[in-house]
Write a protein that binds this ligand. Structure first.
Ligand code: IMP
Length: 182
């Protein structure tokens, strides 16, 4: 099996990637602190990170990086690529307080997975639509308690159910299809 490095501090993401790439790639976790460029594009941020992490190593092992965020339609996609910063500063509960004032609370989780092998860099996008609600549920992480899809928040779903329809799962599925065709 070929090795593939997933640059992340989150071992849950590595397990999720393994499910999609099972039997074809041996997914290793690489804890590397790449530069998160400032951009409105998840694809630009992830691709830049993947190339930087690849260049930091002296071998040809391909690398993947993911970048994700919550995009609230009525406020121009806020917090979008700044979701991490907003989670740490404003906090999830207060993102709900902002959304509560909106008539239209539709939102999407978006994720881009960037792959590079030093020669080819490709990005794969996944999204899941939903709406912002008052926090419910104890599972998941980040914005999961305030994101509702089909009547359930992501924090109310078990990991398997969430992964089956999540933005990251959809991006990983596209990556897996592309790798299978190469
Ligand atoms: P990252 O790109 O995975 O580091 O995520 C960026 C931001 O989006 C962080 O604040 C995460 O908590 C949040 N985020 C990403 N994916 C999810 C998710 O599946 N559920 C909840 N929050 C998420």
């Amino acid at each position: 099996m070929q090795p593939l490095r997933f640059v992340t501090t989150n071992s849950g993401k590595v397990r999720e990637a393994e499910e999609y790439l099972e039997g074809r790639y041996d997914v290793e976790q690489l804890d590397y602190d790449y530069t998160e460029i400032q951009s409105d594009s998840l694809a630009d941020i992830a691709a830049h990170g993947a190339r930087e992490a690849f260049d930091a190593r002296d071998d040809d092992v391909p690398v993947i990086v993911d970048d994700a965020g919550l995009f609230v339609n009525a406020v121009g996609g806020f917090p979008g690529p700044y979701s991490s910063y907003v989670e740490d500063t404003l906090g999830v509960e207060r993102v709900w307080r902002v959304a509560e004032t909106l008539d239209n609370r539709r939102a999407a989780f978006r994720c881009t997975v960037a792959f590079t092998d030093g020669e080819t860099t490709e990005t794969f996008d996944g999204a899941v639509q939903g709406r912002i609600v008052a926090p419910r549920g104890d599972g998941g992480f980040g914005y999961d308690p305030i994101f509702e899809h089909d009547g359930e928040t992501f924090a109310e779903m078990n990991t398997e159910a969430k992964n089956a329809l999540s933005h990251r799962g959809r991006a990983l599925a596209k990556l897996a299809d592309w790798l299978a065709e190469r």
